[in-house]
Design a protein around this ligand. Structure first.
Ligand code: ADP
Ligand code: MG
Length: 478
């Protein structure tokens, strides 16, 4: 890039220089020529009377010398038959000789002659202009011939050329310096980004590069930092998750191992053995729940993506039917307060069922025999709100902030005993938040019970499908 810029500058300066010098040369030459011509014509007018009478060479030479002094040019007066009548160079001049010059013919023929020639004698370029001396009727009386050195013109042009050269070199140095500075400023942050990306690829996730500017590169650096911190965070979460899972798996596996070891190594009665086998059975059951919940966690995104439009009421009925047996077995009372008109939903019914099951499962699990639970479902035009209330053990205040975290259980032993994994509420939270909703603990008092709720936004654009769906579902009247 640097070289390209510098070459560009040289090319532009060169082109400008050539054009400028050419223009200047033309300008100076034509000015000089005009000057000579004007002087020539004035001279021609003033010597017309001398030429009419037989001209005196001494007189004409002194006239020529006078003019020559004024304009710093050699002046020669020639008769129509090429005889030099007067020359501003007195000593060694051409007076009395004949000269053959094409300018003299052109002057007589066309009214003016001019040429530029290199004089080998004086070693310089010379501008020659000739103008005729004529009677009013056009009879030629002679020609005034002026020759002026172009040395001053070319000296000026040389000076301009030198100036341009110096200017070009200065511009090159300045531009070169600027380009080096800019390219350094441009490439430095990119180099930093590259090396940080490389470090990340090598597993060093703790990367943070300084953001030094607000331009595109600065924004890139900013985004890079955000990305790096997200990757680091995700990595940490993953590590923690794997550690948690391993920990959860280890406890039941360790007790299964112990039971098996006892059965293998000790002589025991069949009923004792049976107790151990019961323990093993429970532990494997717990492992199955855990693995199921883990699978649910990993499959969650996929399940949540399978959306369809369905009426909420039917889904609630299904869920309530499914838990009926467990409620009855624990001698709990189940109340429902479900609005007549509930909105159509456009989410995954499987995912929503999962949320409801988890909340109701907790309510049943953590409510002692004889208690009651209540499912409330209401809606307005913007939100659906579902509440699950129980009269169970409640949640101590200090535990409330953590209950939606993975593997968190207030009473580990009790949850384990009841077949809990500590994943239920975190699965609920992820599902509800995926659909832009909100889930939380509305109220909880220790030993009095707890109330969980979730709200989901209602998509109003699909509500008009309700009548169509109802028509499809209601059987044809006979
Ligand atoms: N209805 C409830 N009553 C009392 N405690 C609850 C209730 N729901 C959840 N919890 C507490 O929150 C913890 C996390 O719940 P959850 O994620 O569903 O795990 P678990 O597998 O233990 O049910 C439970 O272990 C329990 O301590
Ligand atoms: Mg649970």
């Amino acid at each position: 890039m640097t070289i390209t810029y510098l070459l560009l500058i040289v090319a532009i300066m060169l082109a400008t220089g050539i054009v400028l010098l050419n223009m200047l040369e033309k300008h100076y030459l034509s000015a000089e020529e005009e000057n000579l011509e004007r002087t020539g014509r004035l001279a021609a007018e003033s010597i017309i009377t001398y030429l009419r009478d037989d001209a005196d060479p001494v007189l004409l030479s002194s006239v020529a010398e006078n003019i020559s002094r004024q304009i710093n040019a050699r002046v020669i007066i020639v008769s129509p038959d090429n005889l030099v009548l007067g020359d501003s160079v007195r000593i060694g001049g051409l007076s009395g000789t004949k000269i053959e010059r094409p300018e003299i013919y052109t002057a007589l023929k066309e009214g003016k002659g001019s040429s530029i020639q290199y004089s080998r004698i004086s070693e310089q370029w010379v501008l020659q202009v000739s103008v005729p001396v004529r009677e009013e009727d056009g009879t030629p009386l002679g020609v005034v011939f002026l020759a002026s050195s172009l040395n001053p013109v070319y000296a000026t042009l040389m000076a301009v050329q030198r100036f341009l050269l110096i200017f070009t070199i200065l511009a090159l140095l300045f531009a070169g310096g600027l380009v080096v500075l800019f390219s350094h400023r441009l490439t430095e942050p990119i180099k930093k980004l590259t090396s940080a990306a490389q470090q990340m690829a090598e597993g060093k996730l703790d990367q943070n590069i300084p953001v030094t500017s607000g331009d595109e590169i600065g924004r890139l650096a900013q985004q890079f930092n955000i990305m790096a911190s997200r990757i680091k965070e995700t990595n940490q979460r993953l590590t923690r998750f794997v550690a948690d899972v391993s920990h959860e798996l280890r406890t039941p596996l360790a007790s299964i191992h112990l039971c098996l070891q006892s059965i293998k190594e000790y002589e025991m009665k069949p009923e004792e053995q049976r107790e151990f086998l019961d323990d093993i059975y429970h532990e494997t059951q717990r492992l199955i729940y855990l693995v199921e919940d883990l699978l649910e966690l990993t499959r969650r995104q996929e399940v949540a993506e399978r959306v369809e439009i369905f009426p909420l009421k039917d889904l609630l009925t299904d869920v309530l039917d499914a838990i009926q047996l467990r409620v009855a077995r624990k001698e709990l009372k189940l109340f429902t307060e479900i609005d007549e008109e509930l909105p159509l939903l456009n989410i995954s019914p499987e995912a929503l069922k999962r949320v409801l099951f988890n909340l109701l499962d907790n309510a049943i699990k953590y409510t002692p025999q004889g208690g009651w639970l209540k499912l409330i479902a209401t809606s307005d035009e913007n939100y659906l709100r579902v509440t699950v209330q129980d009269t169970g053990c409640g949640i101590p205040e200090e535990a409330i902030p953590y209950i939606f975290e993975r593997f968190y259980r207030v009473d580990k032993a009790r949850s384990r005993y009841l077949g809990g994994t500590g994943l239920g509420l975190s699965i609920c939270k992820e599902i509800i938040e995926h659909y832009g909703g909100e889930i939380g603990l509305e109220e909880s008092r220790e030993d009095k019970g707890s109330t969980f709720y979730f709200i989901l936004p209602v998509d109003n654009s699909i509500q008009e499908l309700r009548s169509e769906l109802e028509m499809l579902e209601s059987p044809e009247p006979a």
